[in-house]
Write a new protein. Structure first.
Length: 179
């Protein structure tokens, strides 16, 4: 089964097979890690996202509804692919947020497996602009990855990339100092 690591840093710098973007349902960029990924990747990534968004414009819930994910190339980034996962906006936990967040992690891992990739890095989806409580989000992220990894034998390495100290400490608490 794949190894799980935790690092603190900027996900755009990682030369892994896939990095996951915390996108929104429009798929056309935004702030936070989404903004950083698009800025570092350049216009090629935006063009690819635009194509997908146009082809799915009649989808209920937008081109990529919460809980779903799509895969693209990586433009100028050092990774090979970007998986755009759309986390839920936190509304107090009564609108299916835990299942939608778990679905982001699960679908991203499965998309990476289907694309023949072996290493994947995740940001702390929904814990910025979307307001998901960090501790609950970390627990869901870790548990979902652990539960899904047995179904994705090609994935050798999963990296949780924490940008802020609070998330980094929470992930270390849930997983132990793996790295
Ligand atoms: N590398 C890794 N993690 C980062 C980076 C980075 N370069 N920059 C920020 N983070 P957010 P969300 C962390 O707000 O809550 C956007 O506008 C950040 O500290 O990026 O899912 C989208 O377009 C936080 O822990 O994503 C959507 O509209 C985590 O990434 C909306 O925000 C997620 O924060 C998505 O909101």
């Amino acid at each position: 089964m794949g190894l799980i690591e935790i690092i603190r840093g900027d996900i755009t710098t990682l030369a892994v097979d896939a990095i996951v973007n915390a996108a929104n349902s429009g798929l056309l960029g935004g702030g936070g890690v989404d903004g950083a990924i698009h800025e570092a990747a350049g216009p090629e990534l935006f063009e690819e996202c635009l194509k997908i968004a146009k082809s799915r414009k009649d989808n209920p819930g937008g081109p990529c509804p919460a809980g779903d994910a799509v895969i693209t190339g990586a433009g100028q980034l050092p990774c090979k692919k970007v998986i755009h996962a759309v986390g839920p906006v936190w509304h107090g936990g009564t609108r299916g947020e835990p299942d939608l967040l778990a679905s982001c992690y699960r679908k991203s891992l499965i998309l990476a497996e289907e694309a023949g990739l072996s290493s994947i890095a995740f940001p702390n989806i929904s814990t910025g602009v979307f307001g998901y409580p960090k501790e609950q989000a970390a627990e869901i992220a870790v548990n979902t990855i652990k539960r899904t990894l047995p179904e994705t034998p090609g994935i050798a390495r999963v990296i949780f990339v924490c940008f802020d100290g609070e998330n980094y400490r929470l992930y270390l608490d849930f997983l132990g100092p793996v790295k």
